[in-house]
Design a protein around this ligand. Structure first.
Ligand code: CA
Ligand code: CA
Length: 700
């Protein structure tokens, strides 16, 4: 059985997900972790006791191996690595809601300290795409930003929602890294530099991403799911009632392939096969895991897997050698496995017995009644499924209807549907009461997002008095735009907003796309262009009209479009005005706070002078004033906090608008739109911003 090669007890709490290992002097690996009260501690077991405490970092008074770095703000992300390869040693990166600090631990000095208005929820350090030097990339409020070692802002783009996890991985196998971004809209997006090359929809916020071998990567969701993807295909996933706090790829059984190591909120650590998700090793800590990293902490030339708990317990594991033959778990784990397998065997035997009895019944000449009880149904029974749009009586009750029916007098006892992102818990069971049994069952679906979803359907078919049922299994795809109902062009006024683009697709291909992406009635027909199709959104009754006009043959790789969304742009204009106001309020409050601090200082001095002179009356008066001032400061601070929260929300709306403007374009025009929008915002030129969003370029 695999046991830790070292265990440490650090006397500091560790904040979840904020653990990093770096060679801050170029040689000795040290653990760095965020701890309480806005501090980072650095554990250096190879200390030589020569550090000074003139800057941010001070030596701990209790433990000579620990130094404390004061950030004085809630830490939101942390990592380390070689940001400047010329230095030959790692730097420490610490992000907060407002700043990013790159710290030279060895020299106890800042490399840079940058204000980041979109916050830093997640960080990754490494090479991205064609950038020649490593970047520290942070993800915040719908935005991604990359800094070089001098703190120059070299990379900026926007994404769909608040970023919660980042990883660098050669997703397409071209030898250069892409950026994986996990966000609060449940999407994993893959950025090839600033262009999105793939998008995978998950079922919850993506809290962690970790590159594995090649184009494979691990992921964790906020609902206790972990799994592995290879490019856009998911290999496996498992769901636990605990939360995955940290994931890391590490070859623990020395077979040359990395396992996915997960540290869980209940203190468990497990290693799972990248291919199957099978557990090959597990261990338990007495408190939640905070982080999983790797490094040669013993400095003996081997690399250890290092797990840290929130209570400061650290264990290092060496990969299992040849003599273990990949058996990393103790015998009790083997017994668990045997128990699990014999349970499986029992179930299979039971199933086999059922089959045997059914087979017996089929060969004998029993009455149909008895057949029905045993769930024997006519051999030609078919299960039919159709999807249609049901407008309901109002927009609240509009839904997509899945109708499941049998082809004869059999009834459907129950239906189980598995579909990601549609049902809470991913599954839905329909189980009609006995007097409502029939051969047809309707299920209403309201997919929240426009993504194609596979519906895995299991239907129990038999007769009213059956005790056993035949199970039909089938998969049906819900098209991407299922929540839009075909409507007559004159049923509602034409929308004011539009997108206009040229394409070299043949009209037949456009009709094919319409058929694949929408739920059209069977009799829907399209003429040759020009024609138009109109849809009504089931979510908000909004109108969508697609007009197809004939044009010359064009060869287009990049897609530039003209787009106008008057109502949306008007809303955005209001948001931009609010952003300006919030910035102004922030500046005013900062100035007022500075004034107040000066006032406090002088009052304190006056009060103390009065005390020393025995002038109690004046002392009391000064302290009363101080008390009032303090109260004012606290209320101002609250205003400042609210102002900041609103500012963040508004900035998020602006970033999302830029992202939407970008998504209307393809290829180069897309990245041009995003960067031109950012320039327009930097120079506070709102008219320019709207022009870019409309026509895709700043110049006329
Ligand atoms: Ca690549
Ligand atoms: Ca392995």
């Amino acid at each position: 059985m695999l046991v830790p090669v070292f265990t440490l007890k650090l006397n500091h709490k560790i904040l979840p997900r904020m653990v990093a290992l770096g060679r801050y002097d170029g040689t000795h690996p040290c653990l760095a972790a965020a701890t309480q009260a806005g501090k980072v501690f650095i554990h250096n077991p190879h200390a030589r006791g020569q550090r000074t405490s003139a800057n941010r970092m001070v030596q701990s008074t209790q433990d000579s191996e620990i130094s404390l770095l004061n950030i004085n703000q809630g830490i939101t992300c942390l990592t380390s690595g070689a940001l400047n390869p010329q230095l030959g040693y790692d730097c420490l990166l610490v992000g907060t809601q407002t700043n990013l600090l790159a710290y030279d631990v060895h020299n106890n000095s800042d490399l840079f300290y940058r204000e980041v208005s979109d916050g830093a929820n997640a960080i990754v350090l490494g090479k991205l795409g064609d950038f020649s030097s490593p970047l520290a990339i942070i993800g915040g409020n719908c935005a991604l930003q990359g800094f070089d070692h001098e703190g120059n802002d070299r990379f900026w783009t926007v994404t769909g929602d608040n970023v919660r996890s980042l990883a660098l991985c050669d997703f397409d196998g071209d030898g250069r890294n892409e950026l994986l971004v996990g966000s609060e809209d449940f999407d994993i997006r893959v950025f090839k530099e600033d262009e999105i090359m793939a998008e995978m929809s998950e079922t919850e916020t993506i809290t962690a991403l970790s590159p594995m071998s090649g184009s494979r990567f691990g992921y964790a969701l906020s609902n206790g799911t972990v799994g592995v993807y290879d490019r856009t295909a998911r290999y496996w996933r498992i769901k636990s009632k605990n939360h995955a706090m940290s994931i890391h790829a590490f070859d623990l059984n020395s077979d040359g392939v990395c396992e996915l190591i997960t540290g869980w909120s209940n203190g468990k650590v497990d290693a799972r096969s990248d291919r199957t998700g099978e557990v090959i090793f597990k261990d338990n800590f007495s408190s939640s895991i905070a982080g999983v990293v790797e490094g040669d902490y013993r400095m003996d030339g081997s690399t250890q897997l290092i797990c840290c708990s929130v209570d400061g317990e650290v264990r290092g594991y060496l990969p299992g050698g040849e003599e273990m033959k990949g058996n990393l778990m103790d015998t009790s784990a083997e017994q668990d496995l045997i128990r699990e397998l014999s349970q499986k065997k029992q179930n299979l035997l039971l199933e086999l017995r059922n089959y045997e009895e059914t087979a017996k019944a089929e060969v004998s000449t029993q009455l149909k009644e008895a057949d029905g009880q045993r769930g024997v149904i006519p051999a030609n029974t078919q299960l039919l499924t159709t999807l249609s749009v049901n407008l309901g009586s109002d927009s609240q009750s509009a839904h997509v209807e899945l109708c499941i029916s049998t082809s004869n007098d059999t009834i459907i006892r129950a239906v189980l549907i598995f579909a990601e992102g549609i049902f809470e818990g991913e599954s839905h069971v329909v189980h009609p009461s006995l007097h409502n049994l029939s051969g047809c069952l309707r299920v209403s679906l309201t997919p929240p997002k426009d993504v194609p979803v596979d519906l895995h359907i299991k239907a129990f078919v038999g007769y009213r008095n059956s005790t056993q049922f035949h199970v039909f299994e089938l998969t049906k795809q819900l098209p991407r735009f299922a929540m839009y109902a075909l409507s007559s062009p004159d049923s509602a006024p034409e929308p004011l907003s539009f997108v206009n683009c040229a394409t070299n697709e043949r009209p037949q291909r456009i009709v094919m796309w319409l058929n694949q992406s929408f739920l059209l009635p069977e009799d829907a027909e399209f003429q040759s262009p020009p024609f138009q199709v109109c849809f009504t959104s089931l979510r908000n009754a909004g109108q969508l009209c697609i007009k197809v006009k004939p044009g010359g043959e064009l060869a287009i790789k990049d897609l530039q479009v003209e787009a106008d969304f008057p109502a949306y742009f008007e809303e955005l204009r209001k948001v931009l005005v609010k952003v300006d106001e919030h910035h102004a309020v922030n500046q005013r409050l900062t100035a007022a706070m500075a004034d107040h601090s000066n006032l406090i200082r002088s009052m304190l001095v006056q009060a103390e002078d009065a005390r020393l002179l025995g002038d109690m009356k004046n002392m009391k008066a000064r302290y009363m004033e101080l008390y009032d001032l303090n109260r004012d400061l606290i209320s101002q601070y609250k205003i400042r906090c609210n102002n900041h929260t609103e500012l963040l929300n508004n900035l998020k709306a602006v970033n999302q608008a830029i992202q939407r403007a970008g998504q209307l374009r393809v290829g180069k025009p897309k990245s041009q739109v995003v960067s031109a929008c950012r320039d327009a915002i930097r120079s506070n030129n709102f008219n320019m911003l709207f022009r870019i969003m409309r026509v895709g370029t700043a110049s006329s």
